[in-house]
Every structure is written in C-alpha cells, then in structure tokens.
Design a binder for this molecule. Structure first.
Ligand code: 3PG
Length: 307
C-alpha cells in the first residue's frame, strides 16, 4: 500500500494530524507518523519504505533522500524549503513542494505579538511606546509580508515595503509605500520586519552597515530565518546602538551571549513559534496531504520547487 510519512520534530496540532490522516485514508493510502524524534537515525529508519513525506523544518539532506528508496515526493508543509536538499532530491527523481501562504497569517500575527512585547519594554513595568503612527518596513512583500501589512493597518502604522521581485505599483495598490532600495527601507522605518528566505544571496545579508541605518530606537523583528542575519555584526550593532532592539522567532547561534549582553533589548522565542497554531497546522498540513494525493494520482506538480 502507498505509504505517507508525516515526520515532524515539532509536531502539528492533533486536529491537523487527524485532518491529514483523513485525506490520506480517503485516497486509499496509509499514514505513518514520526513526531518529536531525537535522533536522525529514527528519521532514516522511518523513511525506508515510504512513497511520500510531509515535513516542517525537518532536515531532509542527501542521506535522508538516499535512505528513502521508494520516495517520490516530499512536501514541506510551510513556506521556506531551505531545509531540503533540492539537488539531492532532483538527482533521485524526487519531487519537492511547499505549501505557500498556508501558514502566513500565523507568522504575521506573531510579528505583532513580538512587537508589542518589544515596544512595551518586555513588560518590565516601565513606560513603553505605541506602534500607532510609527513607520513599519516590510522586508520582502510575499504572503507573510502582505498579512503583516494588513494587520499593521489596524495598528495605525505607516507601512513601507521593499521587494525587488514585486512591481512597485502592485505594492502601492495595497496602500503600502514601495521603497527603491533595502538601504532606504532601513533608514526610513522605526521597525523593520524580515520576511526574506534563506538563499545563497540573502544569507548574512542583514549586516552592520544595513542595521546601522535604523533611526533612533529602531527595532528589527525576525520571523524569517536566522541564517539571513550576520550574527557577529548584529552583536556589534547592538553593542554600539544601545537605543535599538532585536526580537526574533528563530534563536541565534549566539543566543546565550546576546541574552546576557542585551537582556532588555533582545528577545528570542525558545522554539520557532510563528507557524505554531492549530489553524496554520491544519491549513499547511492538509494542503500538503492534498498536494501529495493530487501528485500521486494525477501527476499535478503545481507547487513543485525543484526542477
Ligand atoms: C515556514 O517556512 O513555513 C515557517 O518558517 C514555519 O516553519 P515551521 O513549520 O518549522 O514552524
């Protein structure tokens, strides 16, 4: 029987797993579940006989692909697919897909949870500031960026965005000011929210030179990827710019050092929480199951990300 494995180090909500199970069962396939695994070997063993795989940020490298002899498709239930070795998958004839947009509202809502926490001085009892009338810069105007803009309107923020892949007129149609360069975005905005993927071009791109353009009291909020931050330069920046804050949903490699040095201006969630809602799990998990069924039964490759 065709077997589909859901392998999630950080599990979906039960209601989402039940929904995924129904999709798979209705298609006449078998569901296997590997959650909260602690050793890579558990993943290598679990993939040995599966036809399809649903994952989140789980690392699917060439070793995992090689161990999955029957694998035809991997769906990353979420947006970023930097955790999957696309070349190894392509070489093995495995289709890789993501589920764009399905968890983006959850991530966007967390941006504001983190921002309110930051501007109210981490709820330490002192007088903070408000988001209303402040300038918000959205760094990359994709699915999450758009949701961030929608919510920011409710807060009464002035919204700016930079995205070299989207026409300025398409951004401006939504009442968002499109700026012409990333440098301008950081220079103009009180708060910048990061939504760029981790690619060869973007890794380490958020550096001292860019961060130092932030105006007095600037805040960077990162719900994207830790790899896009040049961590040493972030430390240099926060050391020098004692007026600025960094809040992130992706714990930096230097978390302990940063927490000690910048306790009142730096915060990281202990585990990435952006997409961790029942709704996002249901949306992304069920979309992943449906995409697998449509691929295996009809050959639909609409969301394929490897060529
Ligand atoms: C994504 O790329 O979809 C988000 O970063 C969420 O990742 P997660 O599913 O590992 O929480």
């Amino acid at each position: 029987m065709t077997k589909i494995l859901v392998a999630t180090d950080k599990p979906f909500a039960k209601i989402a797993v039940d929904g995924i199970g129904k999709e798979i069962e209705n298609a006449g396939y078998e569901l296997a579940l590997l959650e909260k695994y602690t050793e890579k070997q558990q993943l290598l063993d679990a993939v040995a006989d599966v036809d399809a795989l649903i994952v989140r940020s789980d690392i699917i490298d060439s070793e995992v692909i090689a161990a999955a002899k029957n694998l035809k498709i991997v769906v990353r239930a979420g947006a970023g697919f930097d955790n999957i070795d696309l070349d190894a998958a392509t070489a093995a004839g495995v289709c890789v897909m993501n589920t764009p947009g399905q968890n983006s509202n959850a991530v966007a809502e967390l941006v504001f949870g983190l921002l309110v926490y930051a501007v109210r001085n981490f709820f330490n009892g002192s007088s903070g500031t408000e988001l209303k009338d402040k300038r918000l810069g959205i760094h990359a105007y994709g699915n999450v960026g758009r949701n961030v803009a929608r919510i920011a309107r409710g807060f009464g923020m002035e919204i700016y965005a930079y995205d070299p892949f989207i026409k300025a007129e398409d951004i401006e149609k939504e009442g968002v000011k499109a700026v012409g360069s990333v440098e301008e975005l950081y220079a103009v905005c009180n708060v910048v929210s990061l939504h760029i993927p981790a690619t060869a071009e973007t890794k380490n791109s958020i550096n001292y030179q860019l961060l130092n353009r932030l105006p007095k009291g600037g805040i960077l909020v990162n719900t994207a990827r830790k790899e896009v931050i040049n961590e040493q330069e972030m430390i240099d920046f926060l050391t020098e710019r004692t007026d600025c804050k960094y809040i992130t949903d992706i714990m930096p490699a230097n978390h302990a050092q940063m927490q000690e040095k910048f306790a009142d201006r730096y915060f990281s969630t202990p585990k990435k929480m952006g997409a961790q809602t029942a709704e996002a799990n249901i949306n992304a998990g069920i979309a992943a199951a449906q995409q697998i069924v449509d691929f295996l039964k009809n050959g639909n490759q609409k969301f394929r990300v490897n060529k």
